[in-house]
Design a protein around this ligand. Structure first.
Ligand SMILES: [Zn+2]
Ligand SMILES: [Zn+2]
Length: 311
């Protein structure tokens, strides 16, 4: 039986990006920072919100996760959605120093797609007594106060949103693996779900990548004679594009500033395409988190920010 010790892995590096949220009226058509004029001077001194993105940890206990204001996990935190995996994940969440945690499930969270949002929250976050049920690891048992903090400041999103520090985050778990949790076969089926993504979304978190951005997955033995890919213009023998075209359509239609995903382990990082910054932070291969500073233009947004030891 694997112990929590053997499952521990280290976050080795980070991919960095900055995202400037537009004023609502600009509707994300101009991703450039607002000029520092008298009307925006009040926002100029304010520090950005640091968002740390990880994904596809698959029941491994990652240590040295970069600190920040909001920790986002975009799914596959277990291999099978088993209770003991969920308990270990809760224990890991309890150790993280971020003010808020936002969680979206992946296709490996087997069976959780049958739960209501309320039951999903209870199942993943647990209650105050859970710490006692978790075997202590190198970092020791978790104090009840820390459990209470995790419960209060963790948000499980399944076709739902939350607004934190003035940033609206929408999460959805639909993906391209039929037969697994939240799996749907065709982009057309998934488009019905993506149509629920609200217009005002600042950060979209899905397990599924969008088409042609960090979406090439190894699917078969490579054949070096495979032709150049008509989608991306390079030859990638053995790899297929797993990204969802209808998800990319929705992201572009709404001009969403920041998209976060996982699911494809083979290609990770951050990249700007159009007016959207894309992050795939699947940890399985590279063990690299994404650290993204989100600059919020709304005067009220960052008024309650705690000091930032990482600045
Ligand atoms: Zn997955
Ligand atoms: Zn995965």
């Amino acid at each position: 039986m694997a112990t929590s010790r053997t499952l521990t892995r280290e976050v080795k590096g980070v991919n960095r990006a900055d995202v400037v949220l537009p004023f609502r009226t600009a509707a994300c058509r101009n991703p450039l920072p607002p000029a520092t004029t008298s009307s925006t001077a009040a926002t100029a001194h304010r520090r950005p919100i640091r968002v740390v993105h990880v994904s596809d940890t698959h029941d491994k206990h990652y240590v040295n996760v970069p600190p920040g204001d909001i920790l986002i996990h975009s799914g596959d935190f277990t291999n099978h959605g088993h209770d003991h995996e969920l308990r270990r994940f809760r224990h890991w969440l309890d150790q993280q120093p971020h003010t808020y945690r936002v969680i979206v499930c992946g296709n490996h969270e087997t069976g959780l797609d049958r739960l209501s949002l309320e039951d999903l929250n209870r199942c993943i976050i647990g209650d105050e007594t859970d710490a006692a049920a978790v075997a202590p690891d190198a970092s020791g048992r978790v104090a009840p106060a820390r459990r209470a903090t995790t419960r209060a400041n963790t948000f499980i999103l399944a076709d739902a949103h939350v607004t934190l520090h003035g940033i609206t985050i929408y999460g959805s778990s639909w993906n391209n693996i039929p037969g697994m949790a939240w799996g749907m076969k065709t982009p057309q089926d998934r488009a019905v779900q993506w149509s629920r993504i609200p217009e005002h979304t600042d950060i979209l978190v899905t397990h599924q990548p969008a088409f042609n951005v960090f979406d090439r997955a190894f699917v078969r033995q490579p054949n070096p004679s495979e032709a150049m890919c008509s989608v991306c213009g390079v030859s990638h023998p053995g790899y297929d594009h797993w990204g969802c075209p209808s998800l990319m359509d929705r992201i572009q239609q709404l001009g969403i500033p920041l998209h976060m995903c996982g699911h494809v382990h083979d290609e990770t990082g951050v990249r700007v395409v159009g007016c959207t910054t894309f992050s795939n932070a699947a940890m399985d291969w590279k063990q690299e988190a994404s650290v993204i500073d989100v600059h919020v233009p709304h005067p009220e947004a960052a008024s309650s920010l705690p000091p930032a030891p990482w600045v």
